[in-house]
Design a protein around this ligand. Sequence first.
Ligand code: AMP
Length: 311
Amino acid sequence: MENIKQTIVEAIQNYHTIIIHRHIHPDLDAIGSQAGMQRTLKHSFPDKTVYAAGNDEKSLLFINKMDVIPDEAYKEALVIVCDTAETSRICDQRFSKGAMLIKIDHHPNHEPYGDLLWVDPSYSSASEMLVDLFLEYPEVFRINKEAAGALYTGIIGDTGRMLNGKVSPRTLRAVKALRKFRFQPERIHNELNKKSSGVARLREAILRTFKVTEHGVAYIFLTEEKLSAYGVDQAEAANLVNVLSSMARVRIWVFFVEYPNEIRVRIRSRNIPIDDIARRFGGGGHAFAAGASIGSWKKADEVIEALNRKT
Ligand code: AMP
């Protein structure tokens, strides 16, 4: 493990252009780790060109805005992909056009890819992995306030605001180290708590209309029609997944969010592993937080039926 980090450090030192990717449907850890890496590298190596790749996510623009990257930039570039288990879910498929590819991820390594891989599911988040890397090589990496804020956002994103079981002494050490950079966590928490009135109304509607099976599987179908009635986009709606988490009788909860070409499935569970079901439907993820993309509402019924059989 020490060697892989050392090799990654050497690769970063060797390349002038570094392009950082992350997954589609980005969450706080995807954008936080990407931005934290970009800002730390820019601050540590002012002469290097460091890009953040992918589409902007409107609700997460307060963390980082993506760069426009010319195709030619990839030719001599080191590409680092953060927080993304599968190549099919890497946002901006030009990731494979670089001179060297590194995967840094905390999901189970079902699809190993890249010339170098640092994959360790014992970490809460990709952001926590990066903090560990940066702290281990203080002579190479200089974190700054902006990088620290992004990495903190990634960590609180994947730990349910530091409340879930993924928080370890190492996570606390990472947060302690980041806090020294004097970013304002309350600003970040305020941004995360900001909800448009449409999102607030949709939240209420979800709590009024969600269904629970007799096996304790709660679910809601969020069609494009429903989202547009509330003036809420898919990412904002998907972010509400944990509103179904607080009911005692609910053991597994699922959001089905309709996009133009797919239905995104977000599955969460208190303590029943559900990643095998996500994988059965072509997706993946962690034991208690997994997801998939399906093509029809009939498949959605099949997902619910499969989850019923887990409880
Ligand atoms: P999400 O519900 O989008 O936050 O996803 C939860 C976890 O499941 C993440 O760690 C993702 O890596 C994984 N995941 C979600 N959707 C997919 C998919 N279509 N294919 C593979 N993994 C997925």
